[in-house]
Design a binder for this molecule. Structure first.
Ligand SMILES: Nc1nc2c(ncn2[C@@H]2O[C@H](COP(=O)(O)OP(=O)(O)OP(=O)(O)O)[C@@H](O)[C@H]2O)c(=O)[nH]1
Ligand SMILES: [Mg+2]
Length: 362
């Protein structure tokens, strides 16, 4: 049996995991490999899955729980890709609030299926523009624990900072996490992705680090975040610009939610002629765009919106409902919501947890 190579890329919400995996997938496909992707989230109706499918990648989804707590669903997603496209490489993105992946995902896969998988060193994406000080102490703890177990740290979004800031952030990460290898990348431009892929080539995860993690605090951090997924459509009485509509919606969300820390608010918008993704990972109007660049007027669109914000669920739901209502493109337009869920993730209860070497505990 030829082992399937599994590349797991974790990191905090909005760090750029999906963007990076799409870049990597494209490169591996160009090199002649068959590539499948696995997305993961605490909810369903995921922007990431819809976006990657739109980009033409084979995608399987583990929805409703993280890989570690839905280990059997992860196996099913892998099997689904194996039976549909027989991938050489599977790129998997665990939910951005998940950590302890070595003990709960990588080691169990290695022990239970030693022949079936060749698991690459664990890569963790870090958003170079994320100010950890804006996160609550519990969420900042989760953020730090995610990086602590990394074999490889991918300092991402470095196209947004100058060379001196890149070096400073790289040095900080390298001195705080000396056992990890840091790479400066931009998932947006593709810079650094080749170097990272070349570094991983031929390496397997042999990290025996025993991550010192307080599960009660990890659960508190996850539970501080309110999660909302909504799917809907707009029918207007006259054409409107879809980018303007979503920009206004995000502006309204910022105004209504401020100052609750935003982890990631993202939307996939589909009109009869274009599809794009919009993201917001902080206050200040830094909305980012992916995929199609057109903004052709339309009188209808479909949208999926995922919001992860450090606030009460009722407040998040109210903010989203209010923003959709007040941002109708014209007074006669109508909107329809076909799915709406808002919740806090349950405490993590991994299916398996296999300890590593306590000598390397930190
Ligand atoms: N400028 C810039 N933007 C980036 C880069 N990588 C990702 N982004 C943007 O950051 C936003 C979040 O990226 P995603 O790839 O969705 O992040 P993620 O880690 O998958 O987010 P979750 O799945 O919600 O945890 C998107 O708007 C991306 O376009 C980068 O290297 N540079
Ligand atoms: Mg993602």
């Amino acid at each position: 049996m030829v082992a399937t190579r599994l590349v797991i890329v974790g990191g905090f919400l909005g760090a750029g995991k999906t963007t990076l995996l799409a870049q990597a997938a494209r490169r591996f496909i160009d090199q002649g490999f068959r590539v499948g992707l696995i997305t993961n989230d605490q909810g369903s109706n995921l922007v990431d899955t819809a976006l990657l499918e739109h980009q033409g990648f084979p995608v399987a989804e583990v929805a409703g729980s993280c890989f570690c707590c839905a280990f059997d669903d992860l196996l099913k997603a892998i099997a689904q890709l194996q039976s549909s496209i027989q991938p050489d490489i599977i790129l998997a993105e665990p939910v951005g609030s998940c950590t302890d992946l070595l003990a709960t995902v990588i080691r169990p896969l290695k022990q239970l299926f030693p022949e079936q998988f060749e698991i690459a060193p664990l890569s963790i994406v870090v958003d170079a523009t994320r100010d950890v000080q804006t996160l609550s102490p519990n969420v900042a703890y989760l953020f730090e624990r995610q990086i602590r177990e990394a074999d490889v740290i991918l300092l991402n979004k470095t196209d947004l900072i100058d060379a001196a800031a890149q070096r400073r952030r790289e040095d900080e990460l390298q001195s705080q996490f000396p056992d990890s290898r840091a790479f400066i990348v931009s998932a947006r431009s593709g810079a650094g992705i080749e170097r990272w892929a070349n570094h991983l080539a031929g390496l397997t995860s042999s990290n025996e680090i025993e991550l010192d993690i307080d599960y009660a605090r990890y659960a508190e951090a996850e539970a501080e975040l309110a999660w909302l997924n909504v799917r809907g459509s707009i029918r207007a009485s006259r054409p409107f610009l879809p980018r303007h509509w979503i920009t206004q919606l995000f502006t309204s969300l910022e105004e209504t939610l401020h100052p609750a820390p935003i982890a990631h608010i993202k939307a996939k918008v589909t009109t009869p002629v274009s599809t794009f993704k919009t993201s917001l990972t902080d206050y200040g109007g830094n909305v980012t765009w992916d995929v199609d660049m057109q903004d052709d007027p339309t009188d209808q669109l479909e949208f999926v919106l995922n919001a992860r914000v450090d606030t009460q669920t009722a407040r998040l739901q109210q903010a989203v409902s209010h923003s959709i209502e007040v941002n109708r493109p014209d007074p006669l337009s109508r909107y329809y919501l076909t799915h709406l869920e808002c919740f806090r993730p349950l405490p993590p209860k991994p299916t398996h947890r296999i300890s590593g070497n306590p000598k390397r505990a930190t």
